[in-house]
Design a protein around this ligand. Sequence first.
Ligand code: AMP
Length: 424
Amino acid sequence: MAYKAPRGTRDILPEEAARWFQIESFFRALCARYGFGEIRTPLFEHTELFTRSVGEESDIVSKEMYTFQDRGERSLTLRPEGTAAVVRAYLEHGMVSGPQPVKLFYCGPMFRYDRPQAGRYRQFHQFGLETFGAAGPAADYEIVALTWEFISVSLGITAVDLELNSVGCPSCRPAYRAALLAYMQPRRASFCPDCRRRFTANPLRVLDCKDPGCREAAREAPRIGGSLCPECGGHFAALQELLASSGIPFQINPLLVRGLDYYTRTAFEVVSREAQTQGSLAGGGRYDNLVEQCGGSPTPGVGVALGVERLILAAGGKAAPPREACPVYVAYTGDSLAAQAQALAREIRAWGMPAEAELMGRSLKGQMKFAGRRGYRFVCILGEKEHARGKIIWRDMAGGGQEELAPEELRERLESSRPGSGGV
Ligand code: AMP
């Protein structure tokens, strides 16, 4: 039987992996510039961490978690998102008592049992940022600004919109919730089954549900903007001012509430305008009650998660990885030179250049064909006759010519052939 990767997962093969590496490097470089430090948390956590923080009624917890019992009968869950684990680590390592704010970033796989389609996987990858301990709008601004800079400048993705909303706080949301419940109650029959079920527990979710019936019901629904308390209203206005003054374009979307229960005040998404990508490239917001909900003292927080697969899809060819510098293939004729070929490749690598030697024992013709298909620019051939005379054949695959070099000339030739050396 031929095995296949499980549904909703995919392999990242070398050409694509080079691009992943590049995009990750861009993200790391930007995080370093903004003063975020990396955190790596386990791929699984105690199930309760997610049910408590993300919320029982969220799609993630109610139907998308990969939950299992380990041999010690503990309930564990493959992480469906990054924030809960980072909050757990923030508390567990006492970061709360160090200097604030604490600014962390992460990169890694997440797991959700979702219906797979283009840009939606069961194992997917996120980059994320979290800032703890800063309550003011400047912290929200910094998260949004880094996200925007990464997407639009580092990756050159321009067909995107930044959507912004405030979902209020525990002091002003109840009044809005009540107004929304009253408005929506008579329209309940037109909701999707999910919204009908969770409507009483979380009526706000109807607002950004994609189902046509829910959309129609939400069209004329009361907006949260009018219900925000002065503190939430001021925070939201200040964030908008900060964005506007740094030239970051945004749109207010009063229907944006996001699917996770822990958000307070700021909610935002970066949405692609291109049809082939699943709309949302990144989403985040403020979560001022989450640390407390996870057992800590009240600590404000704000963060974002970016979907790597979707970013790569949306970036298209714009961030193509640079070609490896001057790659060399080491070919040989005659079995007796196999070890010398390996030694020569080793020596070239020690000079700081990529080199690969023949492993398959093919004919010289077969080796040249392989080097051509792999895109090698240069081939060093160890031929028995030449080797006996202390020479190496140097072949330029682009020009087709070849010549004999003494071993001491080889290094010089390779160095002058490096891109940017003024040579080839
Ligand atoms: P969320 O944690 O749901 O706010 O998602 C944050 C970002 O992760 C989204 O904007 C997407 O770019 C990405 N994302 C979420 N779910 C998936 C998935 N199943 N497959 C691929 N990317 C996803």
